[in-house]
Design a binder for this molecule. Structure first.
Ligand SMILES: C[S@@+](CC[C@H](N)C(=O)[O-])C[C@H]1O[C@@H](n2cnc3c(N)ncnc32)[C@H](O)[C@@H]1O
Length: 231
């Protein structure tokens, strides 16, 4: 493609994207504020996809597992439960979410090795090839296109060769839901972001992940997509 056409395409896609820049400072504030009530949203909309993601992830006891963007820690509890003899690390941009996640995990599984930190997913403070498995649920909707690719490259970097990556996205396969989500995202972009499900599996491949399975999950009217990949 000639350079000018390439540029046109980039400009058009940036223009169409409802989140041209990651608004991390606002996202951090919003999720800090809602950290106390967020478990309700997980219970009603995310728990079925979490369960399926754990099943598809291939995570076994004794692994080094990283969960990126733990939220209030419901998936983290599942991961620690499955990995009580291993090491489970969580991170979230919101310090309150990270603190809450760690507090609950240590209360439920005092003997398990668990750590949680307030960290931005775009810059992971771990060496290359550190983890056997990386899990990330409902984060990419909140990052700009460039930052999604940055974060995916970071997930790939910290995962060991042949390690497993499990991603949960908000599904884009229900028309009415998409309309409601677009409206919600335009009112509160720092909380809702925008849907990216249709584009991400392709970006995963361009970040050198090998996509191994994809599954759609519905909980009430809320659609999710679980994608698994290996490094
Ligand atoms: C929609 S919630 C999902 C929470 C949880 N993963 C779940 O499945 O319920 C998004 C989470 O991503 C966190 N987050 C947003 N931007 C982030 C970033 N750049 N790095 C790390 N976490 C981020 C938010 O603080 C929030 O807890």
């Amino acid at each position: 493609m000639p350079l000018s056409k390439n540029l046109d395409y980039e400009i058009i896609s940036i223009h169409r994207d409802k989140l041209p820049h990651t608004i991390a400072a606002r996202t951090k504030r919003v999720y800090d504020v809602v950290s106390g009530v967020y478990p309700l949203s997980t219970f009603f909309f995310h728990s079925r996809a979490h369960k399926e993601a754990l099943r598809m992830s291939g995570i076994r006891d004794g692994m080094r597992v990283l969960e990126v963007a733990t939220g209030s820690g419901e998936m983290f509890q599942r991961l620690v439960n499955a990995n009580q003899g291993g090491e489970t690390v969580g991170l979230d941009l919101s310090p309150k979410m990270a603190a809450r996640t760690l507090q609950h995990a240590r209360k439920s599984y005092p003997a398990a090795m668990t750590h949680c930190h307030a960290v931005d997913a775009r810059y992971l403070p771990f060496r290359d090839d550190t983890f056997d498995a990386v899990v990330c649920c409902y984060l990419l909707e909140l990052l700009s296109m460039d930052d999604i690719k940055l974060a995916l490259r970071e997930f790939h970097r910290v995962l060991r060769p042949d390690g497993s990556f499990t991603l949960v996205l908000i599904g884009q396969n229900v028309g009415t839901f998409n309309k409601i989500y677009r409206l919600a995202g335009s009112v509160a972009p720092a909380f809702w972001g925008r849907q990216v499900d249709e584009r991400v599996p392709q970006w995963m491949q361009s970040c050198k992940f090998r996509v191994t399975a994809q599954r759609e999950v519905r909980q009430a009217f809320y659609p999710s997509r679980v994608v698994t990949a290996t490094k």
